[in-house]
Unconditional design. Structure first.
Length: 387
């Protein structure tokens, strides 16, 4: 079969990536474009400024690209009969039974009403269970009481991931259960927390740590040998950089937060991975589950799961649902592509109509909700490389 990615197109993709290597961009990156059996990888620059060369198997903190993996593991356990998507979570998560709900999301924690119904795993998968991040809370002049409480409990669920502070799963879910929901279950889309709760739910449903659930249901069947919640092989782990006033500043070192087993394996943003491991996961969803998930489950992950009412009141900004919606722990776009990006420097997109997977891994934290130029340019280059 003829290659779909042309040589001249891939030369232009490499040139687009190289433009972003340097003091004003990133020290290095890994970019992958795959179509059919053809896989093209660029490992460019250095793992850190003045450090060793970037390698194809360099490890990156994939942050929110963890979410689709958690979604797939949930559907795998549902196929085993261990989780009922539309059953209350109360038996496995009694901490979330008999919920109270804030009258106003920015209101005092004791001004509540009873929840109209129990929370279900489907609510967690679609981020509509009633708790999570929204743009309004970050724009407020003063922190909302619910945000202050989340910080005091070290839940690390309304901001950047931080495995160094999160307590073990039983303590984490007890802390969340001590707080009211922010909205009624099923009412609106709120970001992030649903995937973190799923990690606790799946561990209890399977009777094993969440990391083992992912390993046995997803990583080992797909050969994702480098994906985990931590690594002892810190030579492969790139530093994480935050843009500062005078250039990039190290946010996390290779021997930092991800160099030891975390107390809490965060299903929302906790994983390390490589470009090839993420390719294997993307191909599984592209190929209707590939023996890891039932075909119907893989299709469901590529399908809009939100109601118009949920989208009307949710999102991370007024235009969040313009051209896209939400499925199970990932975005689905109007053109049929799907995926989700990680704010610590990862973007991951699968396009079934064009048989294209594009992955870009950098050590630079996103500065806004918009896709950074390096990711957008590499993605555009991959599309332009298609014959």
């Amino acid at each position: 079969m003829a290659d779909k990615l042309t040589g001249s197109g891939l030369d232009r993709l490499r040139a687009a990536a190289e433009r972003h290597i340097g003091d004003d961009g990133v020290p290095g990156l890994v970019a992958l474009a795959a179509s059919g059996d053809q896989v093209h990888v660029e490992a460019l620059g250095q793992m850190s400024f003045g450090g060793p060369p970037m390698a194809r198997d360099s490890l990156f903190r994939i942050a929110s690209t963890t979410k689709p993996v958690t979604g797939a593991a949930t559907l795998a356990l549902a196929d085993e009969g261990l989780v009922g998507l539309d059953e209350p979570v109360d038996m496995l998560l009694p901490e979330l039974a008999n919920r109270s709900v804030l009258r106003r999301m920015d209101g005092p924690l004791d001004d509540t009403v009873p929840a109209s119904r129990p929370v279900t795993p489907r609510d967690l998968l679609t981020f509509t269970f009633g708790f999570g991040a929204c743009l309004d809370m970050f724009m407020a002049a003063e922190p909302w009481p619910i945000m202050t409480a989340v910080d005091e409990l070290s839940l690390a669920t309304l901001g950047p991931p931080d495995p160094a502070v999160q307590p073990e799963p039983d303590t984490w879910i007890a802390g969340l259960g001590s707080l009211p929901l922010m909205t009624q279950p099923g009412e609106r889309w709120l970001y992030n927390t649903g995937a973190s709760v799923l990690g606790v739910l799946l561990a209890r449903a399977a009777g094993q740590p969440f990391g083992d659930v992912l390993r046995t249901r997803i990583f080992e069947p797909l050969g994702m040998a480098s994906t985990s919640f931590w690594t002892a092989d810190t030579r492969r782990l790139v530093p994480s950089y935050w843009p500062g006033r005078d250039g990039l500043v190290v946010w996390d070192t290779p021997d930092g937060r991800w160099s030891r087993p975390p107390a809490f394996g965060d299903g929302a943003a906790g994983l390390l991975s490589t470009a090839d491991d993420l390719l294997a996961f993307g191909r599984m969803l592209l190929h209707d589950g590939d023996g890891v998930l039932p075909a119907g489950a893989a299709v469901a992950m590529r399908t809009d799961q939100l109601t118009p009412a949920q989208k009307a009141r949710g999102g991370l900004g007024a235009d969040f649902f313009a051209g896209q919606s939400w499925s199970f722990c990932q975005a689905v776009h109007d053109d049929g592509s799907f995926g989700w990006d990680g704010g610590l420097g990862c973007s991951w997109l699968v396009d079934p109509a064009r048989d294209l997977i594009v992955i870009t891994l950098t050590p630079r934290v996103f500065e806004s909700s918009a896709l950074p130029a390096v990711h957008a340019d590499i993605r555009a280059g991959a599309y332009a490389a298609l014959a």
